[in-house]
Design a protein around this ligand. Structure first.
Ligand code: TYD
Length: 135
């Protein structure tokens, strides 16, 4: 089974241009209460981000401009994909290691998060992650 769980956000475009609405709740695209939103932009060319998992936090990542390459790792398998569409969100569950690479210069990566920022929720060491996820 793929590690990639996609959430489609229909484009509400008309002749003036495109728009996406993000809603949470029953039968809505986002399966958790959004407590925090952040976005990553102006990423150093050739730089990478992430390299961590979260104990509880769930996230949806949407590349609203440009593209980047996302690697997910569940402790058993490692898969990668491109985030390159403002209408496609990637649901990243808790206890999934993520890395982001190859950001385009114009990349804006929007992240919807189920929890407030809490450094104690991070697992930043890959070996710790492998042990915790496989125990
Ligand atoms: P981090 O999550 O490590 O970034 P990435 O996974 O994209 O590489 O966050 C980078 C820094 O920003 C770190 O010092 C924590 C801080 N930060 C906050 O203060 N609030 C937040 O909501 C986030 C996501 C990060």
């Amino acid at each position: 089974m793929s590690l990639f769980k996609w959430v489609e956000f229909p484009s509400l475009g008309d002749e003036r241009g495109s728009m996406v609405a993000v809603e949470m709740g029953q039968n809505k695209a986002v399966p958790f209460d959004i407590k925090r939103v952040y976005y990553i932009y102006n990423t150093e060319q050739g730089g990478s981000r992430g390299y961590h998992a979260h104990k509880q936090l769930k996230q949806i990542a949407i590349c609203v401009a440009g593209k980047c390459r996302m690697v997910l790792d569940d402790g058993t398998s490692r898969e990668e994909t491109w985030l390159d569409s403002p209408t496609k969100g990637l649901l990243i569950e808790n206890m999934v290691w993520r890395e982001m690479h190859d950001f385009s210069e114009d990349c804006v990566l929007l992240v919807l998060a189920s929890e407030h920022y809490d450094e104690a929720d991070y697992i930043r060491d890959h070996e710790d992650f492998r042990q915790q996820v496989n125990q």
